[in-house]
Structures are given as structure tokens and as C-alpha cells.
Design a protein around this ligand. Structure first.
Ligand code: FMN
Length: 202
């Protein structure tokens, strides 16, 4: 089949995009508002940009025509956030944090997750997540209805057992989650990992 996106509804285009840009990593972002309210939400329009400086980007929408999602607002106002990785055992709690809670609601309390202090930023880390990444706002571009948030990575907190001797996080040990189309997800499992060395120059 051939789809000319000009003849499709916004929903049809969205469905094609999220099921072809897949699997997507999930940035589970914890922030604190300028009034001190803790917030958590997952975002899968998320990617690495550069390693020097270490930059990531995440695309965050609005609640309605006017109001930015709480995560976008908090990052804009405080300049800080933490990315927590989502592992298979945390998916139910992640799903709760995707609900559209009011900005005055502490989403750690709603989801039963535990906030622990970060070392550089004011935003809390999620204790249950084995990898927390402290970030500061680098810049925000408003594109269409989205806030494309660029963040600079300041500090990684990684459980000791997950780092291998080569300096990688061992993806065989941590069951990272990926988002697919609709309500589908996948996770990394040992059987599905394969190694592909680059060929020597021809
Ligand atoms: C796995 C997953 C991925 C998501 N990815 C995005 C995303 O990339 N951008 C976005 O704006 N919303 C995304 N959402 C929806 C937000 O998590 C949701 O709107 C949330 O309530 C925003 O919370 P906040 O207002 O506290 O920031 C995603 C939801 C789920 C469950």
C-alpha cells in the first residue's frame, strides 16, 4: 500500500509514525516544579544527539491548545531534569505516571515510586530505576505544537553490577523497555541480542 500523508488524518499519520519509528527508548523524566511539586512522565520521542557535549533531545507536547505538559513547563522554569530508564519490572508504575495528573499532584505518591536526591540538580531521581541521568536544559525549540527539549547530561548513576569491563551498560543484564505502536512494548532479552562486527574495509 502507498500512503500519501496529505490525504491522511493526523491520527492516521501518528499511527504510521509510532509503529515505524520503533522500538523507541523511553526517557522516564522526573522533575520538580518551581513550587516544589515532584513530577514524573514517560516520553519516547527521545534520542541521543551528541557525545561531546553529551546532548539528548526529547519531544514533549501540550495538554491542550495552550498548556504545556508539566514536564516541559518544569524544565523550562527550573532548567533541570532527570532521565530514569524503564525496566520490565517497572512498566506498570511507568504507565501510572503517563496519566494526565494535575500539576499540583506528586506523581511519586500516585505511583508508589521513591524519590531520592540527585547530586547536582534539584529534580529527584527514581530509586527503583537502576539508571538515573542528571541533566540540565541546553535549549528548547518550539516546533509545530511540540517542545523539542535539548538536555545536557551532567551525571550518571548506574548500579555497579550493570557496568561491564568495556565501560558499557550490559544490555544482557538490564531488561530495558522499548515502545512500539499503540499499547505494544518490547524488552531486551538475552536471546534477542546478537553481535554484528563491522566488516574490514573492502
Ligand atoms: C511509553 C509512553 C511514551 C510517551 N511518549 C511521549 C512523547 O514522546 N511525547 C509526549 O508529549 N508525550 C508522550 N507520552 C504521553 C505523556 O507521558 C503524558 O502526556 C503525560 O501525562 C505527561 O505528563 P506531564 O504533564 O506530567 O509532563 C508517552 C506516554 C507513554 C506511556
Amino acid at each position: 500500500m502507498v500512503f500519501d500523508v496529505r490525504n491522511l488524518t493526523e491520527e492516521q499519520v501518528y499511527k504510521l509514525m509510532i509503529s515505524t519509528i520503533a522500538p523507541r527508548p523511553i526517557a522516564w523524566i522526573s522533575t520538580v516544579s518551581k513550587d516544589g511539586i515532584y513530577n514524573i512522565a514517560p516520553f519516547s520521542f527521545y534520542m541521543g544527539i551528541s557525545s561531546s557535549p553529551p546532548l539528548i533531545a526529547v519531544s514533549i507536547g501540550k495538554k491542550d491548545e495552550e498548556k504545556k505538559k508539566d514536564t516541559w513547563k518544569n524544565i523550562e522554569e527550573t532548567g533541570e531534569f532527570v532521565i530514569n530508564v524503564v525496566t520490565y519490572d517497572l512498566v506498570e508504575k511507568m504507565n501510572i505516571t503517563a496519566l494526565p495528573f494535575d500539576e499540583n499532584v506528586d506523581e511519586f505518591k500516585e505511583s508508589g515510586l521513591t524519590p531520592i536526591p540527585s547530586e547536582i540538580v534539584k529534580a529527584p531521581r527514581i530509586k527503583e530505576s537502576p539508571i538515573n541521568i542528571e541533566c540540565k536544559k541546553f535549549m528548547i525549540l518550539e516546533i509545530a505544537d511540540m517542545g523539542l527539549i535539548f538536555g545536557e547530561i551532567l551525571r550518571y548513576h548506574i548500579e555497579d553490577s550493570l557496568i561491564n569491563e568495556k565501560g558499557y551498560v550490559d544490555n544482557r543484564k538490564v531488561k530495558l523497555i522499548g515502545r512500539l505502536g499503540g499499547a505494544d512494548y518490547c524488552f531486551i532479552s538475552q536471546e534477542n541480542i546478537f553481535t554484528l562486527k563491522r566488516p574490514d574495509k573492502r
